[in-house]
Structures are given as structure tokens and as C-alpha cells.
Design a protein around this ligand. Structure first.
Ligand SMILES: Nc1ncnc2c1ncn2[C@@H]1O[C@H](COP(=O)(O)OP(=O)(O)OP(=O)(O)O)[C@@H](O)[C@H]1O
Length: 260
């Protein structure tokens, strides 16, 4: 499988009022292949959302290079970028007045004409995204009537409808109960497998990520570590993720345990 994202010497962060860079993470190097299901984990404030936002072009990188299918991200037009990658952020929706189906249909925007008219193919893709996320019963409901967990699924369905080779999701399962977390993650993994899409998401549910992901990017104070979960377990990377006074990582079960 070929690389769809190549990240080299990437620095991410913000700029102060004087324009000086305030780095959050530096010298990031990793590549994502077609069809991989990848998570980004790390403590609060370490830079997971900043990384995803930078990779999606929502915020500027400080330095380094991001290649999408071999092309520098900066060289893509907004239209090309929108048909290359989709992103689900944690920010509140600008409008919740749309129905579930209308909101999911917005995912087709990069492909529709300026009137936003959906073709038969667009309508089929929208219906398929609704089916894959199990939202059939909510299709005609207004978004303001939904619970946070239901809305989270709708946003994932909108990204699915965008039908891009790369899907990025910032904490997509935060509001879901355990059963629906696993359901959504398994759906995302199936999408990666079946349709050869690359799915990258940020999460605090490390034990689920260990069970499901092909690759994990760990951000910690010492830098970043990229590889399959078993390699991180072998390298004891999870042990270094948090201070050891309260919790410890059990390599046998792949879970964190509370210390007595
Ligand atoms: N708009 C902003 N301007 C300046 N600094 C910011 C801005 N947004 C976030 N930061 C800082 O960047 C750092 C990384 O934040 P980020 O939201 O990427 O972390 P995170 O790993 O996603 O955290 P969490 O797990 O809590 O969601 C934090 O120190 C945060 O305070």
C-alpha cells in the first residue's frame, strides 16, 4: 500500500502576538499508508488536536512538510484539499437547525455544483453513510433534538459522505457509551479496510485503540513514537505516558490499572 500522508520535520503550534512561534510539538516524522486505521494518544494539552488541525489544513504548520499523496499540502486548492481529506472537529456546529440527512448531505459539498444540487450518486452515498453509522431512525430529526452522542455519529456520517481517501476525527467517541464507542470505532476500521481509506483519530481511550488500531502515534513530553500497538507495548511507551503515582500500564492485558 502506498503512503497517503508523509509528515517530515513537522513543527506544530501557535504564534504569539509578536508573531513568534510557540511550538507545541516539533520534529514530527511519520507516514500513513492507504487503508490504515491510526490513533493519536497522549496527555491533555500535549498537542493531539493541534496536530490533526494542522494535518487537515485548518491551522498553519510552524515548519516542516506535509505531503498528501506525494503533493505538498500547500499546493492543493481548497477544492482538492476537501476531496482529499475530511475532518470531524470537536467544535460546536454553526447551525443545528438542519435535519440529520441535510447535515450529512453537506459532506457532498466539494462535489456538487454551486447550487448544492445532489445527484443520484450523491443521494446514494448519503444514504449509505446513514446506514453505516446506524442513523436511519434519526434521519428526519432536527440536529438540535439530538443527544451529544447521536450528534457525534451524525458528524462522523457527514465525514463519511465526503468520501475522501483520508478521514481525520478529533475525539470522535467522547460522548458515546462504551458499546457505541466500540461500534463507531469498528465501523471506522471497516471503512479503512473495505474502502482503503486512511483513518486517523485522536482519543483518550488507549485500551480500545490498542485493540483496534494498525498504528498508534504517541505524543509525550519526550517527543513522539509511531508504530503498531504491540511495538509500543514492547518498548514500554505506554508506561511513560502518565506520571506513575496513580496508574500503571499492565503489558499483559494492554490496560491501565489503578495503583493501590
Ligand atoms: N488557539 C490557541 N492558541 C494558543 N495556544 C493554544 C490554542 N489552542 C490550544 N493551545 C495550546 O496548545 C497546546 C496543545 O493543545 P491541544 O488542544 O492540541 O492538546 P490536546 O492534546 O488535544 O489536549 P486534550 O487531550 O486536552 O484535548 C496546549 O498547551 C494548549 O493550551
Amino acid at each position: 500500500m502506498h503512503n497517503v500522508l508523509d509528515i517530515s520535520n513537522l513543527s506544530i503550534g501557535y504564534r504569539g502576538k509578536d508573531g513568534k512561534p510557540i511550538p507545541v510539538a516539533e520534529n514530527l516524522n511519520f507516514s500513513l499508508k492507504q487503508g490504515e486505521f491510526v490513533s493519536v494518544v497522549g496527555a491533555n494539552g500535549i498537542g493531539k488536536s493541534t496536530l490533526l488541525r494542522t494535518l487537515a489544513g485548518v491551522q498553519r504548520k510552524l515548519s516542516g512538510e506535509v505531503l498528501i499523496n506525494g503533493k505538498p499540502m500547500g499546493s492543493l486548492t481548497p477544492q482538492e484539499l476537501a476531496s482529499s481529506l475530511s475532518i470531524v472537529l470537536t467544535e460546536p456546529l454553526p447551525t443545528r437547525n438542519l435535519t440529520v440527512r441535510e447535515l450529512i448531505s453537506l459532506g457532498r459539498q466539494p462535489y456538487t455544483n454551486w447550487l448544492g444540487t445532489l445527484t443520484l450518486e450523491d443521494t446514494e452515498i448519503v444514504a449509505d453513510s446513514i446506514r453505516k453509522t446506524g442513523l436511519e431512525a434519526l434521519e428526519e430529526r432536527k440536529c438540535y433534538e439530538l443527544s451529544d452522542g447521536q450528534l457525534q455519529k451524525v458528524l462522523i456520517a457527514r465525514a463519511l459522505a465526503q468520501d475522501t481517501p483520508v478521514m481525520m476525527l478529533d475525539e470522535p467517541t467522547t460522548h458515546l457509551d462504551l458499546y457505541h464507542k466500540v461500534q463507531v470505532l469498528k465501523t471506522m476500521k471497516e471503512i479503512a479496510r473495505e474502502f482503503g481509506k486512511t483513518v486517523i483519530y485522536t482519543t483518550h481511550e488507549i485500551d480500545l485503540a490498542i485493540q483496534l488500531c494498525d498504528q498508534m502515534l504517541i505524543l509525550d513530553s519526550s517527543g513522539h513514537h509511531f508504530g503498531p500497538p504491540c511495538q509500543h507495548i514492547e518498548d514500554r511507551s505506554f508506561q511513560r505516558l502518565f506520571p506513575s503515582d496513580l496508574i500503571g500500564f499492565d503489558s499483559r492485558t494492554g490496560t491501565f490499572k489503578i495503583k493501590n
